[in-house]
Ligand binder design. Structure first.
Ligand code: DX5
Ligand code: ZN
Length: 218
């Protein structure tokens, strides 16, 4: 399976955001992961619509927007208009998931659902035929730089098996604590889209770091 890497700009140097994005693009990033937090769904506030709109002018990379907000339904259209290409929202948010997926589709974007570490996959399986990507969080959402939760590998394995058996073409994304080592475990379990923040932005050679996530030697 083709592996895609999505650098999370939460770990970027915000004083040089444009340059940081260009650095990842040149290093071979497949997309850009944009973490939107509202301070209520998660205990942190990151950035929102004006930032997405502004960086849209800086790159043609696919914008993989991860909404960690209470009411994603109210914001889908605005994030789509600001430049998102894919919108992922949390199953645990208070919006009706079917309605959010419908709104994402209506705006012509790719639809993703994310589950927190404590959410069992049984809650999301019925929705898989309607979405493009499932994001299995491998840390508690809200902050970068946390350790990868190995217990999540079982969830990834079970979802990949279910999707294959049911003939559902599904991207499985992992987010949180991804580095060269944990990427290998996640890919072995069935993930094919890897989000990485600290590991990529703190690396001196981002090209080499991206290649290591894809299991390639440089
Ligand atoms: C956490 C965010 C992640 C975060 C990952 O809530 O969803 O995307 O930026 O950061 P690292 O890769 O540093 O764990
Ligand atoms: Zn994220």
């Amino acid at each position: 399976m083709e592996i895609s890497v999505s650098p999370s700009i939460l770990a970027a140097d915000f004083t040089n955001l444009g340059r940081e994005i260009a650095r990842m693009e040149q290093a071979g990033a497949d997309m850009l992961h944009i973490d939107v937090m509202d301070g209520v769904f998660v205990p942190n506030i990151s950035f929102g619509l004006p930032v997405v709109k502004s960086i849209r002018k800086a790159t043609g990379l696919f914008f993989d927007v991860h909404l960690m907000i209470c009411d994603p339904l109210a914001y889908v259209e605005r994030f789509a208009a600001a430049g998102a290409d894919g919108i992922t929202f949390h199953l645990e948010s208070r919006s009706c998931p079917e309605k959010v997926v419908e709104a994402i589709r209506a705006s012509g974007k790719k639809a993703g659902i994310s589950i927190r570490p404590s959410t069992p996959i049984s809650k999301v399986l019925p929705l898989l035929p309607q979405i493009d990507m499932l994001l299995v969080m491998t840390v508690e959402p809200g902050f970068g730089g946390q350790g990868f939760m190995k217990e999540m590998l079982e969830k990834i394995r079970a979802v990949r098996e279910y999707a294959l058996e049911s003939g559902i073409p599904l991207d499985i994304q992992v987010d949180g604590g991804i580095n060269g080592e944990t990427a290998r475990l996640a890919v072995e379990a069935g993930a094919n889209v890897l989000v990485a923040g600290s590991y990529l932005f703190r690396s001196e050679d981002a090209g080499e770091a991206i290649a290591s996530l894809k299991g390639q030697q440089t």
